[in-house]
Ligand binder design. Sequence first.
Ligand code: MLT
Length: 325
Amino acid sequence: MKRFFTSLAAGAALLGLAAQAGAQGYPERPITVVVPFSAGGPTDTVTRLIAEAMSKDLGQQIVVENVGGAGGTLGAGRVADAEPDGYTLLLHHIGMATSATLYRKLAYDTLNAFEYVGLVTEVPMTILARKDFEPTDMKGLIDYVKANKDKVTVANAGIGAASHLCGMLFMSALETPLVTVPYKGTGPAMTDLLGGQVDIMCDQTTNTTKQIQAGTVKAYAVTSPARLDVLPDLPTAEEAGLAGFQVGIWHGVYAPKGTPSEITERLSKSLQLALKDENVMARFAELGTEPSSQEDATPAALKAKLENEIDRWKPVIDAAGQYAD
Ligand code: MLT
């Protein structure tokens, strides 16, 4: 029996050595980072900026793979099932927390299927309409939506998306359910808003700032506590009459459960460097957001954020009563 336990311990030690060996030369080949939404949307925009900066530090190409669908849960599931070798990562946002409540049957266990790398940024949202939408301010929008609730269409990126969460909060605030039009990302949703195929959308400034500045959409409010330097004329939702309507879309980088801590720590160091990269900081500022702090770009900070946000949003989602089967 003793021999059995000796060989078991030796096997475990060998496995640990193999994992460490893999970590020592890491990364030895290109890394894939999954964006759980279509190309051209806010999550894709943030990821490509971070991937470019991290790639410089890691000395390996970082390939962005868009895996859209089901409000981001398909892409998250793809990474949950990937090899825990550090070569498949996920960059996702608040939807990791809200989906844990919204979906009765998720393909993964949110708090046990991932390792953590760190937080990336927290992005404000903007409440928009197609350019020729009648209402010219938030009060007008609220009155119009209530009077035309069976007609008005709201675009989002599926149940679990940030655009879904903000739309759900908006409908709850107005006590008015609306017709929702789901997309695989707010990149394609924005195309339809610009084309007038859909009426309103709540989306992140990383996807809407340039459109608002260009006047190609109608903007009613921003969901941050204070106005944004890049959109000084856009009132906060609070100013516009939606008391307490604040939501920030935090983003994090994850790896599959079992990825060696030497690798997630190496990735966290690279993420921290990326968040101090001149181009990343400048582009984030242009798009109405800012990098997470160095302390937040750590595995422990992301783990705590995810756990706290699942608890925070569960009662809000339960009160709205919107779930995905
Ligand atoms: C969302 O949650 O709405 C996503 O951020 C949309 C996207 O990134 O395409």
